[in-house]
Design a protein around this ligand. Sequence first.
Ligand code: FE2
Length: 433
Amino acid sequence: MSSLPMTLLLSVVSKMPKPIRDSVEMRIPDITNDASKVQLLRPSHVYVEHPNLDQFAKFAADFGLVEASRSRTGDTIYFRGYGRDPYCYVATKSRDSVPRFKGGAFVARSREDFDKAARMPGATLGSLTYCPGGGEIVTFTRPDNTFFHVVYGQKEREPDHHTQGTGADDYNAGETVHEPSAITESLGPFNTPFSKPRKGKFQRFHPGPALVHKLGHFGYVFPDFDAELAWYTGNFNFVPSDVLHHWDFANIDVMAFMHLDHLDHKDQQRQQQQQQPGAGKGEIESAEDESWWSDHHCFFLQRAEPHVTKAFCHHTSFEVSDVDTQLVGHEYLASKGWHSVWGVGRHVLGSQIFDYWADPSGFKIEHYADGDLVGKGTPTKREVVGPFAVWGPEMPSDFGDKFPEAFLSKMRGSGDGSAGGFLSRWWWSGSQA
Ligand SMILES: [Fe+2]
């Protein structure tokens, strides 16, 4: 059914009694992980094409990304955080001046998992030899020129530690976690009403960017939501942490926040031996070094509103240290004249402190801190859409859209007419209005 009749049909049905509304069935099935799937370890980086690479580089520096290196031709910049990944954002100059999100890359758990991905239908094998950290990559082209990548064999960085205040006055001396910072002059423990470990010392900050630790998550809005969800969760260890259904239609699931399920190492070997005699003898990284806890979501898929005909990336998100970093970083981006989208606030699902910005090409990009972890035994929850924030500014009514059309027009002349996500107009037109 074309999008307009579908929109009209659902608009009419939404006014009907609950039994009729419940007859509309668009629920996603139960999803679990098993060893037959490619096991991914963590998100690594995203690829994005920008019309004006120099302008994006200015934004990236103000956002807290560090330039790791440039390609010899100068048309690609590898930005890193202070975590283990050699880069977490790859920005390339768009040859036709059209901004494009070119997909996110995840690290395969093992050589065996990477090879399994390379054997999947549609896989294209590539080399990262000339990129920081080296390695190999498998790329999948999905509908509407969306992409998904799996990497393996990259040489990891030694994560940066505290970069200032290492002298005798360092409040953090002797503590085990030292977050790099571009905003602190002196920083000690947080004093709470009944516990005040910081005595005679002062919290002092200065303006600066919120340094990025790593890529946390990104997500797509898909018209063909069910098929794409089936592809991603059928082939990889993505498992929903939270599934959201439509306000008026209990059987229309509109969003899945997914984590990477980390099979216990022994369970994984056992399953592989059961499913493929002789398997399980390949190189499998020790799961004992990697907690099977993982971020509440590292990937999300959203059902596009009926009128949306083309998939798009809703936003990418990068982890920063804490709420002070978020707020000082917010002020710093604002002082540089960049466009705030929504934040600073606290999400409900995932619990992250969030802050969404527009990059100069019109992509939404988020700082987050203090996200939830989920793991084995954390059940998938299913509930109605919203609200999305515990505290913070009111969510913009067009937050789910590809980007505010006025802004896109200002930035690059015109939109492409494909904007629209479940948070905006139609999906959001129920009791929330
Ligand atoms: Fe996010």
